[in-house]
Design a binder for this molecule. Structure first.
Ligand code: SAM
Length: 359
């Protein structure tokens, strides 16, 4: 590993705060924010080395990925998901790392579906293994899927994923997902100035009228290894202006309160796209997402530096009630609003890697 990289984040857990008995359901944090979404990282490994997420120089052969015994089993994931469901969560997103690299992921989806028949179960993937798995994921009960694709230009995409993976295979995977009934597929494009921003309009053009929905994501200072600089961020406003200049568009209402992407629809009726503006228009005040890391720690913010260890409670034989109270107490004390207070200084903090707590 090169000497110049920031040292690897060392996981330390926060102690679980006391439960405030006065606070009943629905659960609310100190800012009155509820708990709606649960993101579960099912592996901290990925077969891509996207330069903005898991750069090769850091995530090399010496990188200390979690040992197998530290990774939550499917049974543990389902148990936690069931306890979270008791708080009224509406959506679970499986992510990582690359979730399709987790062996038997379809079985996990089926187990979650059987336990939680009415919850939206979604998954975010780089698409590399999706073509082969789309039908099985659908049959297992997956509701929808999000596929990451940063450019339609093959050379740009290969350089960004840094493992020479071609665009064509991701496009085939998107088609396969749609054919399997996992549509409308959401397509995530992280926009980085000078790297792929000249492909924004091409991306919009390609998926316009397809029924699928592209979401343009501002490059974020997640983790501690992606060399983030404000200068590299293309504000979502600029993304919208560039698309609007070619394909006139107008804002659309959110599907629900706290929706991450702001929706824009094409005035010619040919569909919509979204922008995710975590940097320039922070949406902390409506953030209702909890994140479960690959090793079973609860994180209450994507930009957190520490989480709360639920796995030890589970493996220590604690009953569901005790775990439920721990989650409630953690949420009651939640104060995070990182994106609202971001500065160049905070961007350098050693935050936990996105691959570990799930994007
Ligand atoms: N491997 C899967 C994938 O590629 O979609 C799931 C995990 S990935 C961490 C989830 C999402 O986070 C992807 O859409 C990815 O592009 C996005 N992401 C990763 N690093 C980011 C960053 N620094 N800023 C904005 N989005 C980022």
């Amino acid at each position: 590993m090169s000497d110049t990289v920031i040292p690897i984040f060392v996981q330390q857990h926060l102690s679980i705060p006391p439960l405030r008995r006065d606070a009943g359901l629905p659960l609310a944090d100190v800012a009155g924010r509820g708990l709606r979404d649960l993101r579960i990282s099912v592996t901290d490994r990925c077969n891509f080395r996207c330069t903005y997420c898991m750069p090769k120089e850091v995530f090399d052969a010496d990188y200390p990925y979690l040992p197998h015994e530290e990774v939550l089993t499917f049974e543990e994931v389902v148990r936690l998901a069931r306890i979270f469901a008791g708080f009224g969560i509406e959506k679970i997103r499986l992510t990582g790392g690359e979730p399709l690299m987790r062996k038997g992921i379809e079985r996990l989806v089926a187990m979650l579906r059987e336990t939680l028949p009415h919850i939206d179960i979604t998954l975010t993937t780089n698409g590399s293994a999706l073509k082969a798995k789309a039908a099985a994921l659908k049959a297992a009960g997956l509701s929808r899927i999000t596929v990451s694709l940063d450019s339609l230009d093959d050379a740009t995409f290969r350089a960004m994923n840094d493992v020479d993976f071609p665009v064509a295979k991701v496009l085939e995977a998107i088609d396969a997902a749609k054919a399997a009934g996992l549509g409308p597929v959401k397509i995530n494009m992280v926009v980085k100035r000078g790297v792929n921003d000249h492909h924004i309009v091409d991306m919009a053009r390609h998926f316009k009228g397809s029924g699928n929905v592209v979401r343009f994501i501002e490059f974020m200072d997640v983790g501690a290894s992606n060399g983030w600089r404000m200068d590299d961020v293309i504000p979502s406003r600029e993304v919208v202006d560039r698309i609007d200049a070619v394909f006139p568009c107008e804002p659309a209402n959110p599907n629900y309160r706290g929706e991450v992407a702001k929706r824009w629809r094409y005035k010619d009726g040919s569909g919509e796209f979204g922008v995710i503006s975590s940097v320039t228009e922070a949406f902390c005040s409506s953030c209702n997402r909890a994140r479960l890391s690959t090793d079973g720690a609860l994180f209450t913010c994507l930009f957190a530096q520490q989480g709360f260890d639920l796995k030890t409670l589970m493996r220590g034989g604690q009953p569901d009630d005790a775990i439920r109270n721990a989650i409630a107490a953690i949420w009651q004390h939640r104060e995070d609003r990182y994106s609202e207070i971001r500065t160049a200084e905070t961007a350098r903090q050693r935050k936990v890697e996105m691959s570990f707590i799930g994007g």
